[in-house]
Design a protein around this ligand. Structure first.
Ligand code: NAD
Length: 510
């Protein structure tokens, strides 16, 4: 199946790919195996870049930038439109490759590529709206305006769990902004990266634009470190763990470069006593169990009013026990595998810590027997004894574990929501406008996260809004709204169209 899929995606004969490779995910002689997490079998080998090939790639992206930035924005938008069409045409195959390579269920794999198509559409419109503002000058016969200029070749580092869409958020916007991309994907999803980048690169080259979409694949030590230290890349947009973000941020800051950071989350949903509990149940189950808990926006904590907690937990456990775990490509499966054995061990360690710290496992807590070979676990609900806090619940474990804690008044619930280091996504289910608006309090005293939902779960963002989070999540914003500004540089322009030399602030210098 995999060979036919790679063929349909036009990469079966790609020079980086070694069909029939028998090695695993560890790098051996410059090759990494892309492993199907469902079975543990290697799909293909991928040849990694070296210091020399890195230099060639950066040179292409730099030369490409010098040309690409001269193409008017709306014309760049036409290229992105054609890329969006190509992605549309290959959406289902590319979505299948995502599912195969990172173990998402097929609907989510296809949904991820749809997200890239959507952001491409968004970027096409944006290509005609990269506008600055004018402001009145304090001096007569002077004009002031602000304009936005292309930034340069940019480094895009992506996490394994969104191997296509995170590139899309960055690359579609970056491309209309006049930047060129040097994408360093996760070594756990190199085939999706090759297929995605090839689709975009071929379209751009067929329209005469070379060096816009470049891909560099390599280890963090050899290629990652080189990329983040590279002064030729004025912006590093990095998605991944807080640990990685802290390191990348300090390295890039050391060379006074810019970072756009999209890091970990520890997202909570508050369920108020006046909530529509059926709606809340759907939001919590999808948020906590979807993508096997491997979304940055996965629901990791449920903060529920004590008056409805017991009844809600009963329903939650019943819902969890009907969730089908298995082959993500099979119809009816809702939960696939974790990405690898290391993740399953982290899941087990977190469950053990939760128990040791006083939590009660209401359901799940162990391995799921599927007979498929991958690292499958059972989605888990841990009840936190009232009045206690579990230190493990304050951490992001990238697995389907939901910690349930109770509250008495809304201020307490909001304080619990805000009590973690990360600040990505948050949600409240309530029928009360007062509670909803308290959660969204414009003074900033409500949720401290970058995303705040009312009567929706924590995961499943639309591309129209700016996506990202505060505190240890890194503060970056990608995707919609005015996130494009991160990919450009701002210039304040002042013209004197009179005949006098006037200084600002009335300074005389004669
Ligand atoms: P990770 O931090 O292990 O790796 C992410 C990327 O960083 C990979 O491409 C990796 O190779 C690269 N990297 C690591 N060290 C590097 C270095 N020294 N130099 C350059 N690159 C380096 O994360 P992961 O396990 O792939 O993904 C899961 C994490 O990503 C979770 O914490 C999740 O919350 C987060 N995530 C965040 C968002 C968001 O938008 N906020 C989206 C998806 C995933």
């Amino acid at each position: 199946m995999a060979d036919a899929l790679l063929d349909r995606l036009g990469i079966a004969d790609h020079p980086r790919i070694i069909a029939g490779y028998s090695g695993g995910p560890d790098v051996v002689d410059g090759v990494v195996g892309s492993v199907n997490p469902t079975t543990g079998a290697t799909i293909a080998g991928v040849k990694l870049d070296t210091a020399d090939s890195y230099e060639r790639i950066i040179a292409r992206a730099h030369e490409g930038f010098l040309r690409w930035r001269t193409i008017p924005g709306p014309k760049r938008g036409e290229v992105v439109r054609a890329i969006g069409d190509e992605l549309r045409a290959h959406r289902d195959d590319l979505g299948r490759l995502v599912a195969l390579e990172v173990g998402k269920i097929l609907a989510e794999g296809i949904g991820e590529v749809q997200e890239t198509v959507d952001i491409a559409d968004f970027a096409v419109g944006l290509s005609r709206q990269l506008h600055g503002i004018t402001m009145p000058s304090e001096r007569p016969l002077h004009a002031m305006r602000e304009q936005w200029l292309p930034l340069g070749p940019i480094g895009v580092i992506t996490a394994f769990n969104f191997p296509n869409a995170v590139w899309g958020w960055n690359a579609m916007l970056g491309a209309v902004c006049g930047d060129t991309m040097v994408w360093k994907p996760s070594l756990m999803a190199p085939l999706t990266a090759i297929a995605t980048n090839e689709l975009a690169r071929r379209v751009a080259e067929s329209m005469g634009h070379h060096g816009v979409f470049e891909l560099v694949i390599g280890t963090d030590d050899e290629i990652g470190e080189r990329l983040i230290a590279d002064k030729r890349l004025p912006l590093i947009s990095a998605t991944g763990s807080c640990r990685m973000g802290r390191h990348v941020a300090s390295k890039v800051a050391g060379r006074l470069g810019r970072t756009l950071l999209e890091l970990g989350g520890n997202n909570a949903t508050i369920v108020a006593p006046d909530a529509d509990l059926d709606l809340a149940l759907k939001g919590v189950v999808f948020g906590a169990v979807g993508t096997c808990g491997q979304r940055c926006t996965s629901t990791r904590r449920l903060i529920i009013h004590e008056s409805v907690a017991d009844a809600f937990c009963d329903k939650l456990v019943k819902a969890y026990e009907t969730v089908r775990i298995g082959d993500p490509l099979a119809e009816g499966t809702l939960v696939g595998p974790l990405i690898n054995e290391r993740s399953a061990e982290a899941f087990e360690a977190a469950v053990a810590a939760a128990k040791a710290q006083g939590g009660t496992i209401l359901t799940g807590g162990g391995r799921a027997e599927t007979g498929l070979g991958g690292a499958f676990v059972t989605p888990t609900v841990v009840r936190v004894p009232s009045g206690k806090s579990l230190p493990i619940a304050m951490e992001e474990t990238f697995a389907p574990i939901l910690y349930v804690m109770t509250y008495r008044d809304l201020d307490e619930a909001i304080a619990l929501n805000n009590a973690v280091d990360q600040g990505l996504s948050s949600a409240i289910f309530t029928g009360s406008v007062r509670s909803a608006e308290r959660f969204l309090d414009p003074s900033g005293a409500g949720s401290d996260c970058g995303l705040a939902y009312v009567n929706l779960g924590t995961s499943g963002a639309e591309i129209g809004g700016a996506f990202g989070g505060e505190k240890d999540t890194g503060g970056g914003r990608e995707s919609g709204s005015d996130a494009w500004k991160a990919y450009m540089r701002r210039q304040t322009c002042t013209t004197n169209f009179g005949e006098k030399f006037d200084l600002a602030q009335g300074i005389r210098f004669e």
